[in-house]
Ligand binder design. Sequence first.
Ligand SMILES: Nc1ncnc2c1ncn2[C@@H]1O[C@H](COP(=O)(O)OP(=O)(O)OP(=O)(O)O)[C@@H](O)[C@H]1O
Ligand code: SF4
Ligand SMILES: [Mg+2]
Length: 320
Amino acid sequence: MSLQVSDLRVYYRSLAGDVQALDGATFSIADKEIMGLAGESGCGKSTLGNSLIRLDGRMKYVAGSVTLDGNKLPIWDQKGMNEFRFRDVSVIPQYAMSAMNPTRKIGKMTGELLESRGESYQDIKPELLRRLDLVGLSQDVLNRYPIELSGGMKQRMVMVISTLLNPSLLIADEITSALDVSTQRAVAETLVSFRDHGFVKSMMVITHDLSILYQTADSILVMYAGKLAEKAPTATIIDKPRHPYTKMLISSLPEVGIRYANKKLAGIPGSPPALLNPPAGCRFRARCPLAFEKCVEEPPFVQIAPDHSVACWKVPGSNA
Ligand SMILES: Nc1ncnc2c1ncn2[C@@H]1O[C@H](COP(=O)(O)OP(=O)(O)OP(=O)(O)O)[C@@H](O)[C@H]1O
Ligand code: SF4
Ligand SMILES: [Mg+2]
């Protein structure tokens, strides 16, 4: 088992109180698994991804544990995480492409990053050149400034840099969102090839775009309002989802594969609860067509099949 997350709770401090953005996540990612993380904007996807690597000053570690390849990650400790970051767990943050330093040539920036991690740029350069070639970038990108690259080129460059030290886990946060459809497909294929080449062992691919996950992910974890709703193999999530929210999310898709090609994007009526003092019980209650009395209690995230977990009282196996 590559990654194990147990009851992880990370909140944001605010003047009005704590925003409960990630409230009790328990799941795992196996070796070689590409897990997609999906859900509406604001449900806590980036919070979960960032929690595994860097808690910024506003984020508050509340509870839980993260174990990677048998080592417990000290995620509450910025300094303690230094030895794992980039080397064992690496992230391509949301908006990474536009955050690249415009005043540094890409080669210089890559060298500085490696040296800040105690690695020699010269030693790693032959492998860097090999990987640039593999993703279809010419060596001369190293002498260019980020602004001189197209969106797709920048994104491939960020992917190469963030996996240079062969991390065990790569977290890719919305890396296809700002790209056109054909470039999105190429970037998604590159992600899969990085796993196949062994540059990374497992991946968490965060996106609100389920069609990208359909092409890329082995499994999908669906979040709703700071909680986990469902995790299962991709085909199960697309064809036989069990959680009412996953069902609505899938049926609202304009297209995922052929089955959904004729469906119009219906959207899901209503909106998620505020995460500052969210209501007790199932957080999907106000929008759920199946809600009943029991839903004032929080449904546990339980395993209903060997690799399928759901948090819903209406799903047999949840002890309703
Ligand atoms: N710095 C912050 N202070 C307070 N609340 C925050 C902060 N950052 C995020 N949040 C809240 O935490 C919740 C989860 O945010 P997060 O960015 O993890 O969502 P997301 O699923 O990644 O959304 P998106 O799809 O838009 O990227 C949201 O309700 C958001 O408003
Ligand atoms: S627990 Fe209740 S409210 Fe929540 S998804 Fe299931 S049926 Fe709907
Ligand atoms: Mg996000």
